[in-house]
Design a protein around this ligand. Sequence first.
Ligand code: ZN
Length: 73
Amino acid sequence: MRCPVCASEKLSEETEHASSEVHLRFKDWEPGFVQYKALMVYPARGRVCLACGYLLFFAGEETLETLRKGRPG
Ligand SMILES: [Zn+2]
């Protein structure tokens, strides 16, 4: 795995993500009872580039599987 900014391979070990403030939202992901529901993607784990300090975040497996399946319907 390489840093997407500086291409260094010197990354920290993987660790848990500690805040829910950073997230991505896919609007109108799936039909709900009254209106479409959004899919929220939160970082579950991350690494730090030891060369430039860039933070790499990764979604959890469950969310990843939901995204791989694509939008329902
Ligand atoms: Zn880097």
